[in-house]
Design a protein around this ligand. Structure first.
Ligand code: C5P
Length: 314
């Protein structure tokens, strides 16, 4: 076996936060224009991949990474273990595009809560592409690779790029940004979940002027030319916070309890339901966690400079 083609790799697939997220008009392809600041965080799934002559298998194992509010099984039902899992979808599309006959055996250790706005499925898809690239020593042409990523989901191109980036278009047009310094955040995940497609449909129904979108878009574009701080990016707001419907009181209550516990101004990530707040540089995370009142699962995360990290095993 050549040194360039390992038989087994382990990939860390990192979750993301949307420090800010503005939503524009629906386009003719059904997607919405976005302006968002993505940030990779240390909460991650782990994907182990082993080269096989043909065919794909996937085993999913759930691990609880919450520092408080552990609920065994939470989110489990939202992660498909079969052909619908993005790991398998990504790997199968990769071999088809690359013209390969080989396969892989995957084990996915799932820690990122699903359907919470943390980009877990997208991170897994990006990890599968990184694993297949390493196992087969095959690189797709850049255009082919970007189209494959975007076809798997709007957040997959960012999951593959990682770090800090401004996302435009449907989220796939990425402009890397300077990292906003070493930051930690407390992420709270309620037991209720949000359907992203339904949240976008709510935005379509709600009244929101195009002037507001243009202002937000200009603000986001200017971030690329400034010394970025997390608080500055968070001033973009999150449009999904305004279309929560009957979940609004739960969201408001969670934000109030996070503020009382001592985190910075809370913000929803993606279309929710996870909410995060920054921890002050010298704040004791355990003191904040002790002060928090509620059943939500809590995660302490730090900002990272990459989205996937691959290790080759002998
Ligand atoms: O691309 P992704 O699979 O993440 O999108 C999930 C759903 O969210 C899409 O089917 C679409 O309804 C909606 N969406 C959108 N505009 C975007 C991203 C997603 O309308 N920019």
């Amino acid at each position: 076996m050549s040194a360039g083609r390992p038989r087994r790799v382990v990939v860390e697939a990192r979750a993301k936060l949307n420090l800010g997220l503005a939503v524009g008009p629906r386009r003719s392809d059904g997607f919405h224009e976005l302006a968002t600041v993505f940030q990779s965080i240390s909460l991650c799934d782990t994907l182990v991949a082993e080269r096989r002559p043909r065919g794909f298998t996937l085993r999913v194992r759930h691990e609880d990474a919450a520092v408080r509010g552990r609920r065994p099984g939470a989110g489990r039902g939202h992660v498909p273990a079969g052909a619908g899992n993005l790991v398998l979808v990504a790997a199968r599309r990769f071999v088809r595009l690359a013209g390969l006959t080989g396969g892989a055996r995957f084990t996915l250790i799932k820690r990122i809560p699903a359907r919470a706005g943390l980009g877990g499925g997208s991170a897994d898809a990006a990890a599968a592409l990184a694993a297949m690239t390493a196992l087969y020593g095959v690189r797709l042409a850049p255009g082919e690779r970007s189209a494959l990523e975007a076809g798997l989901g709007s957040d997959v191109p960012f999951a593959a790029l990682g770090g800090t980036a401004l996302g435009l278009g449907r989220g796939e047009r990425l402009h890397p940004l300077a990292p906003p310094g070493a930051r930690r955040a407390l992420v709270a995940v309620p037991s209720w979940r949000v359907s992203t497609a339904r949240a976008f449909a709510e935005i379509d129904r709600s009244k929101y002027g195009l002037t507001a979108w243009s202002t937000k878009l200009r603000f986001a574009q200017r971030l690329a030319h400034k010394r970025l701080t997390a608080s500055l990016a968070m001033r973009l707001g999150n449009r999904f916070e305004t279309v929560l419907g009957d979940k609004r009181p739960d969201f408001d209550s969670l934000c109030a309890r996070l503020r009382d516990a001592g985190v910075g101004e809370p913000r929803m990530t993606g279309s929710g339901s996870a909410v995060f707040g920054l921890l002050a540089p010298r704040a004791s995370a355990s003191r904040v966690i002790d002060r928090f009142v509620g059943n939500e699962a809590l995660y302490v995360v730090r900002f990272t400079r990459s989205g996937v990290r691959l290790r080759r095993l002998p």
